[in-house]
Ligand binder design. Structure first.
Ligand code: UTP
Length: 301
C-alpha cells in the first residue's frame, strides 16, 4: 500500500557519462551504452525498464560522445521516410519505438568525476522528490522486474532502496558491498552500512550493490559535501553509507535482494553472455541460433 505522505516516484535518472575504459577501443568514439545487445543498444533496454516500472520522465546524464545517445531517442525523419516509402512497416515501427518511449531529458556531466557526481548533476531536474537511478550499462532481464519491487519497498518504508545481489566472495571487490539486517520480508533487508569495493577480508557480506537505486532527495545534500573517495571519484556508495548511518538526513536505506538475471554490459564477458542468452530466447533468431550454438559447443569446442 502506498503511504499517503510519500510522493509518487515518476523520474528516472540514467548515468551514462562514464569513460567505458574496459571496452576500449570500441568506446573511443561511441558511448558503451550504445553497444548493441542483439539489435538494440544496451541503453534502450534500460529506458524500457524504467518505463515498464511507470517512470516515463527520464533524465540521461551524458558526457563526451553524447550525440548517439540523444539521436537514438529522437526521431530520424529521413530513415522513417525511406522505410515508409518501401512499405517496410515492421522496421519503421522498430525505429519509432525508441523515440516514442519516454519523455527524455539530458544533462551533461562535463568531467566524469564519478557516479556520485553524475547523480548530483540530476539535482535541478529531480527537485525534492524521491527518484530512481538506473545505471546505463546494467541490464536487468525484463522478465525479472526489480525496479517495480524497489519502488514498492520505498513506498512502504520511505527513505532509499538499493538493489543487492549475492556474489561469490572473490567478486566482492568489484562492487559496493552492504552490511544488512533482516526484515519481515524474505527479499528485503535493512542496510546498516556500505563499503565500496572492499577486500574480501573487509567485506561485511557477499551482498553486492547492483545498478538500480531508489533515492531520497536528501542524497543531493550529502553528495554536495562528499569528497572524492576510491579511485579519486565521488562515490555514490559513500553518500549512501551516510544515509544508512544517519536516518535524519533521508534514511533509512533498505535493500531488495535480487535473484533474477542481470548483465553488466560494461564488462566484455558479461556483455557476450547477455547477447547469447537474449539471442537464444528470441522468437525470430532463437531457433537457428540455438541450433548453431549447440553444434559449435559440441563439435568445435
Ligand atoms: P563504471 O564504474 O562502469 O565506469 O560506471 P565507466 O567509466 O563507465 O566504465 P569503465 O569502468 O571505465 O569501463 C558505472 C555507471 O556510472 C556511469 C557510467 O556511465 C555507468 O553507467 N558514470 C560513471 C557516469 O555517468 N559518470 C562518471 O563519472 C562515472
Amino acid at each position: 500500500m502506498i503511504e499517503p505522505h510519500l510522493p509518487r516516484i515518476t523520474k528516472a535518472v540514467i548515468p551514462a557519462a562514464g569513460l567505458g575504459t574496459r571496452f576500449l577501443p570500441a568506446t573511443k568514439a561511441t558511448p558503451k551504452e550504445m553497444l548493441p545487445v542483439v539489435d538494440k543498444p544496451a541503453i534502450q533496454y534500460v529506458v524500457e525498464e524504467a518505463v515498464a516500472a511507470g517512470l516515463d520522465d527520464v533524465l540521461m546524464v551524458t558526457g563526451r560522445n553524447k550525440r548517439p545517445l540523444e539521436d537514438h531517442f529522437d526521431r530520424n525523419y529521413e530513415l522513417e521516410e525511406a522505410l515508409s516509402k518501401k512499405g517496410d512497416r515492421s522496421r519503421l515501427a522498430r525505429v519509432q519505438e525508441s523515440s516514442d518511449l519516454a519523455t527524455m531529458h539530458y544533462v551533461r556531466q562535463g568531467d566524469p568525476r564519478g557516479l556520485g557526481h553524475a547523480v548530483l548533476c540530476a539535482a535541478p531536474h529531480v527537485g525534492r522528490e524521491p527518484f530512481a537511478v538506473l545505471l546505463g550499462d546494467d541490464l536487468i532481464d525484463p522478465r525479472d522486474p526489480l525496479l517495480a519491487r524497489m519502488i514498492a519497498v520505498s513506498e512502504r518504508h520511505g527513505g532509499s532502496v538499493v538493489a543487492l545481489m549475492e556474489v561469490a566472495p572473490e567478486q566482492v571487490h568489484l562492487y559496493g558491498c552492504a552490511a544488512v539486517e533482516p526484515t519481515g520480508d524474505a527479499d528485503v533487508v535493512r542496510v546498516t552500512g556500505l563499503v565500496e569495493k572492499p577486500e574480501p577480508s573487509d567485506a561485511p557480506s557477499n551482498l553486492a550493490v547492483i545498478g538500480r537505486y531508489v533515492l531520497d532527495p536528501g542524497i543531493f545534500d550529502i553528495l554536495r559535501k562528499t569528497e572524492p573517495g576510491r579511485g579519486g571519484e565521488i562515490q555514490l556508495t559513500d553518500a549512501l553509507q551516510q544515509l544508512a548511518a544517519d536516518e535524519k538526513v533521508g534514511g533509512p536505506v533498505h535493500g531488495v535482494v535480487f535473484q533474477g538475471r542481470r548483465y553488466d554490459t560494461g564488462d566484455r564477458a558479461d556483455y557476450l553472455r547477455a547477447i547469447v542468452r537474449l539471442a537464444c530466447e528470441r522468437e525470430d533468431l532463437g531457433p537457428d541460433f540455438r541450433a548453431w550454438l549447440r553444434r559449435y559447443v559440441t563439435e568445435e569446442m
